[in-house]
Ligand binder design. Structure first.
Ligand SMILES: NC(=O)c1ccc[n+]([C@@H]2O[C@H](COP(=O)([O-])OP(=O)(O)OC[C@H]3O[C@@H](n4cnc5c(N)ncnc54)[C@H](O)[C@@H]3O)[C@@H](O)[C@H]2O)c1
Length: 316
């Protein structure tokens, strides 16, 4: 499997991670990239003016399937990133299931019919469902506790099923907390990283909710893209692989590092504990290292500096 010279479909390609992926695929010599995106959350501006890119404005699970068939027709590879995400799932679970489960299955079926050579599916740590304990390992039992997590795990199982009956190679990636420029552009919900950058730029103190001991596993977007392309290009198939740094970062340390990146002399303030209180969510990076030769290499300091610079540039 080689990206160079290939024809690629990226669903969700106008979104945060998808748009970084599109740029990298082109940089690595993809002949052509078809972006399938509803533009419900993504933004065409994320793609810029790119040669060799076609946008198919289509809502997977909702729009006419013939459009999606046309998009995957002639493609070598499909990266499936389009999804209703966790923050939306609380309010409209039926929408999450229609897009992430029914839509995902129809995409897999059309990809098989089009003779696609491999699918890489972007799943989530929410498939595990666990909020506490040691590193999440691919072999453990998944018990998702959100509709979003259920939909992601179902997308994984549907791909395994498709792979088995159609002999279609595939890899599932479970992303942990991916951050970087373009994150959540145009969306109501913003990560603690983007919010803290914005507050600092406005001269306000960033807020640490609760005791700040809650810890998450952060991966810079360029590293997530690298893992995603490795998953496609490698001979690996039929595997579920974490895209994690392996290091839990306490929110109070994260916010402190963002303040440092800003260069401002502002002390973080504290807010009431939220639902993340007491949580400790990080992934084992060992399988990714063993099967894909992948380890996240961007330090938090470097990644936050780049993210802060991007948020600052938005205000200019
Ligand atoms: N950002 C993270 O930290 C993270 C963590 C775990 C998993 N993921 C997964 O990675 C993928 C990309 O996430 P992101 O953070 O870039 O999100 P994003 O919202 O920025 O991008 C998703 C894109 O998909 C599009 N989309 C949504 N539903 C669609 C549909 N039914 N049909 C067509 N397009 C649709 C949106 O318009 C958007 O452009 C998602 O599958 C998400 O579940 C992300």
């Amino acid at each position: 499997m080689r990206i160079k010279g290939s024809r690629v479909v990226v669903t969700g390609g106008a979104g945060f991670i998808g748009s970084h992926l599109v740029h990298e695929l082109l940089a690595r010599g993809a002949e052509h990239v078809t972006v399938v995106d509803s533009l419900r959350y993504g933004d065409l501006a994320n793609l810029g003016s790119l040669d060799r890119v076609r946008l198919v404005k289509h809502e997977i699970g909702w729009s006419d399937a013939a459009e999606l068939a046309g998009a995957v027709d002639g493609a070598d590879y499909v990266f499936h990133l389009a999804a209703e995400k966790h923050n939306q799932s609380k309010d409209s679970p039926a929408r999450v299931i229609q897009s992430n489960v029914a839509g995902t299955l129809s995409l897999y079926e059309l990809a098989v019919r089009a003779g696609v050579k491999k699918i890489v599916f972007s799943s989530s740590l929410y498939a595990y469902g666990r909020y506490v304990g040691g590193p999440m390992v691919e072999t453990e039992r998944c018990e998702p506790r959100t509709v979003y997590g259920v939909s992601k795990l179902t997308g994984e199982h549907l791909l395994a099923y498709t792979g088995e009956v159609s002999k279609l190679p595939y890899v599932v990636l479970r992303y942990f907390f991916i951050y970087g420029p373009k994150q959540f552009a145009g969306m109501g919900y913003k990560s603690v990283i983007i919010k803290s950058c914005e507050r600092l730029l406005a001269g306000e103190a960033p807020v640490v909710f609760g005791d700040g001991e809650q810890a998450l596993d952060y991966v810079y977007v360029d590293d997530a893209v690298d893992a995603t392309i490795r998953a496609m290009e490698s001979d690996v198939s039929g595997e579920v692989v974490n895209v994690a740094s392996g290091t839990p970062v306490k929110v109070k340390d994260l916010v402190g590092a963002i303040v440092k990146a800003s260069g401002k002399a502002i002390e973080p303030t504290s807010g009431p504990a939220d639902w993340t209180a007491g949580s400790n969510r990080y992934g084992s990076p060992d399988k990714a290292a063993a099967v894909l030769g992948f380890r996240a290499k961007t330090s938090l300091t470097e990644g936050l500096a780049k993210t802060y610079a991007w948020v600052a540039a938005q205000g200019k």
